[in-house]
Design a protein around this ligand. Structure first.
Ligand code: PLP
Length: 248
C-alpha cells in the first residue's frame, strides 16, 4: 500500500473522489426516478479494491458508509487501518475456507457465499470471533447445475439448499442474494436479464426467509440496469475511485 499522501495531494484526491461520488449519486438517483423507486431503497457500496486505505478514509469523510473488498490479503490490513472510521465492510470476492477466520475479523457481510464448506468455515470463524456475519448467496448464471461458477457463485438450483445451510449455521444471518453479470452462458451481455432473474430468485427465497431482503447487483458499468431490475445494493468501484490496472 502506498504511503500516506501529503496534504495537497490529499485535498486534490478528496476533491476528485467527491466529484466522482456526486456523478455516481446522480446516476443512482436518475435510475431510481426512472424506475419509480425511492432513492433510499438503493444502497451504494463503494468497492475500494486496489486503492489504499487513505482513499477509504477520504471516502468515509465524504459520507460513504459501505465499502467492499474482494481479496482478504488486501482487505485485512486496510480494514485495520480504518478501524476508527464508521464503515460497514462487505466482502465480495471468491473466498477460500482458510481465509474465513481472517474475513470474520472485519467483514460485516459476505456477498460471495457459494458452497456448503464455506458456510461451515464462516460459521466457525464467526462463533470464534463472537460476531454475527450477514451472508448473501452468490448466484452464478453461467454455472453448471450443482457446481460453483468460474468467478464464484452457485448455480440457481443450488440457492435453496445453501440458504438453509446459512440459516442453520451459528453466527451467520441470511441477508439475501448477489450476482455479477455473467460473461458466458445464455445471459452473457444481458446484465438486466440476469439481474431480473436474481430478483425472481430473491422473491422466492423471501417466501421462506422474509428477512433476506438484500439484492446485491450492478457495478460501474451496469448500475442502471440493476436499479431497474430491483437491486437494493449496487457495488461500484471504478466509477468512484478511477480505472484500476487490468489485473482483476
Ligand atoms: C470489482 C468489483 C465490483 C466493482 O466493479 P467496478 O466495475 O469497478 O464498479 C463489484 N463487484 C465485485 C464482486 C467486484 O469484484
Amino acid at each position: 500500500m502506498s504511503p500516506e499522501p501529503s496534504g495537497a495531494d490529499e485535498a486534490a484526491r478528496k476533491a476528485e473522489l467527491a466529484a466522482n461520488l456526486a456523478r455516481v449519486e446522480e446516476r443512482i438517483e436518475s435510475a431510481c426516478v426512472a424506475a419509480g423507486r425511492k432513492r433510499e431503497d438503493v444502497t451504494l457500496i463503494v468497492v475500494t479494491k486496489t486503492y489504499p486505505a487513505s482513499d477509504v478514509r477520504l471516502l468515509a469523510g465524504l459520507g460513504v458508509r459501505n465499502v467492499a473488498e474482494n481479496r482478504d490479503q488486501e482487505a485485512a490490513p486496510k480494514a485495520a487501518a480504518c478501524a476508527d472510521a464508521p464503515l460497514t465492510w462487505h466482502f465480495v470476492g471468491q473466498l477460500q475456507t482458510n481465509k474465513a477466520r481472517s474475513v470474520a475479523g472485519y467483514a460485516d457481510r459476505v456477498h460471495s457465499v457459494d458452497r456448503a464448506r464455506l458456510v461451515t468455515a464462516l460459521s466457525g470463524a464467526a462463533v470464534r470471533a463472537e460476531r454475527e456475519i450477514g451472508c448473501l448467496i452468490q448466484v452464478a448464471f453461467d454455472a453448471e447445475s450443482g457446481s460453483v461458477g468460474e468467478r464464484g457463485g452457485v448455480a440457481p438450483d443450488g440457492v435453496t439448499d445453501l440458504a438453509e445451510a446459512v440459516t442453520a449455521a451459528q453466527g451467520l444471518r441470511l441477508d439475501g442474494v448477489m450476482t455479477v453479470a455473467p460473461l458466458t452462458g445464455p445471459l452473457a451481455g444481458q446484465p438486466e436479464a440476469a439481474f431480473e432473474r436474481l430478483r425472481e430468485i430473491s422473491t422466492s427465497l423471501r417466501a421462506a426467509h422474509p428477512a433476506a431482503t438484500m439484492v446485491s447487483a450492478g457495478m460501474s458499468a451496469d448500475l442502471e440496469e440493476a436499479v431497474r431490475a430491483g437491486a437494493t445494493h449496487v457495488r461500484v468501484g471504478s466509477a468512484v475511485l478511477g480505472q484500476r490496472p487490468r489485473l482483476r
